[in-house]
Design a protein around this ligand. Structure first.
Ligand SMILES: Cc1cc2nc3c(=O)[nH]c(=O)nc-3n(C[C@H](O)[C@H](O)[C@H](O)COP(=O)(O)OP(=O)(O)OC[C@H]3O[C@@H](n4cnc5c(N)ncnc54)[C@H](O)[C@@H]3O)c2cc1C
Length: 401
């Protein structure tokens, strides 16, 4: 008999999980998306995929590499299907620790047969972006091979491949209840009726804390605000804009304009301007930004890239990143048998989705627990302490490798 698997959420993580599960002939897969495929956080993403990048530590290099190879293979197989733009990434190093990190990323990139260089010569850096200020900068990493994807397009490509492989996908279908018998999952109640399942995967992104409550699981996941501003320079920049990374913000091209956002790693869960827990259903597709974030970015740009301030803001939006306190995803089994988490991918879900999907599929269908699942179980967050208002007062020890 086939294993019946229900997936909640059709973002990049839900569709990647369905894709890898569909490789198993004994899996019968149904995915539920309450809106349209890739319309949640996935639609708001920068979807940068940089081989030189501080957003996922080097401990997770294999996760980054597998993801990058997976998407580029998909793009080669179905040209245009992931919206990949190979712009390269320029990572500016303003201090020694960051420089060491970037140099290590360059070694890893080269060892993986991609190109990367470290430059201390201002002229080289200015050949990529002529008008950034390099005062006090130690150097910059340059990787010409990477860039950014279109995460919604990619999720829809994965959904199409899944449908062709027999996965049932219900859009405009909300999961309203997770059914259990004893402490085991038996099915899902949805706006299109009841479905029986042996396993349920929760890939509901920033909704995961609400969804987990349906089955009595408490998820220590907060939202950090990802506020995006699309800048249209008054005078065209006149060069190919790469992904540009600083420790506290990043930018990439958006057609002829520039997409700019505060970096994920610079968010603080205890700062109410950065983080909290809100209802993602109330988040508009565009608008809703706080002056705080624009002021922050203005200050950064004044220092390092004043020319970009000669722009108008042509679009802006807010996304909620789903963040556990150690900024790492929560994956695999829970105390409720058959209820599996693919949650808390925060600011790195595009990078992580292929590995999450591959490893969860192997766990569900073959019982294999990869090192990645072993490293990121829900139980690692068991000993957190909260105050009366539910705010976190202790954080897990974060091991930076
Ligand atoms: C501004 C911004 C920039 C980012 N930049 C990057 C980047 O450069 N690189 C990177 O790797 N990551 C980046 N991220 C993070 C990345 O976009 C997310 O981690 C990723 O999209 C999360 O995918 P997901 O599938 O978990 O969630 P989502 O895309 O939110 O999908 C969850 C889905 O579940 C559905 N759902 C929820 N509840 C139910 C229910 N009850 N029934 C049915 N369906 C339900 C929702 O409608 C939603 O479509 C960025 C995020 C933002 C906001």
């Amino acid at each position: 008999m086939k294993k019946r698997i229900g997936i909640i959420g059709g973002g990049i993580i839900g569709t990647a999980t369905a894709y890898f599960l569909s490789k198993y002939p004994d899996a019968e897969i149904t995915l539920f998306e309450k809106s349209s495929i890739g319309s949640g956080t996935t639609a708001k993403s920068a979807a940068t995929f940089c081989l030189i990048d501080d957003s996922v530590s080097h401990e997770f290099w294999s996760v980054r590499l597998f993801g990058f190879n997976f998407y580029t293979r998909l793009e080669n197989q179905f040209p245009g299907s992931t919206g990949f733009e190979k712009t390269g990434t320029l990572t500016i190093c303003p201090y020694r620790e960051y420089e060491l990190y970037v140099k290590q990323a360059i070694s890893l990139t080269l060892a993986s047969d991609y190109k990367a260089e470290y430059w201390t010569d201002a002229e080289r850096i200015h050949k990529i972006i002529p008008d950034i200020n390099l005062d006090g900068v130690l150097g910059a990493g340059w990787c010409p091979d990477d860039g950014f994807f279109d995460a919604t397009m990619t999720a829809n490509t994965l959904a199409r491949i899944c449908r062709e492989a027999g996965v049932k996908i219900y859009t405009e279908t909300k999961v309203t209840q997770i059914c259990t018998s004893g402490s085991k999952v038996t099915g899902l109640e949805t706006t299109k009726g009841h479905f029986d399942f042996d396993v349920v995967v929760d890939a509901s992104g920033p909704w995961a804390r609400h969804v987990a409550q349906l089955v009595g699981v408490k998820l220590p996941i907060w939202h950090t605000k990802a506020e995006v501003f699309i800048l249209e320079p008054t005078e065209k920049l006149g060069y190919n804009f790469p992904v540009l990374k600083y420790p506290r913000f990043y930018a990439r091209k958006d057609k002829d304009n520039v997409f700019i956002c505060k970096s994920h790693q610079s968010m603080d869960l205890n700062n109410p301007m950065h983080a909290g827990f809100w209802d993602p259903d109330l988040l508009p597709m565009t608008g809703g930004t706080d002056p705080y974030f624009w002021d922050f970015l203005t200050e950064q740009l004044m220092d390092v890239y004043p020319r970009l301030l000669e722009s108008s803001i042509v679009n802006e939006w807010v996304g909620y990143r789903a963040e556990p306190p150690d900024f790492l995803p929560v994956l695999g089994p829970t105390p409720v048998e058959g209820y599996i988490l693919a949650a808390g991918a925060g600011g790195n879900g595009v990078i992580e989705a292929p590995t999450i999907g591959r490893d969860l599929a192997s766990f569900i269908m073959e019982g294999n627990k990869s090192w990645y699942l072993d490293r990121l179980p829900l139980s690692r967050l068991d000993n957190l302490k909260y105050d009366d208002t539910g705010r976190l007062i202790s954080k897990p020890e974060i091991v930076i490798k």
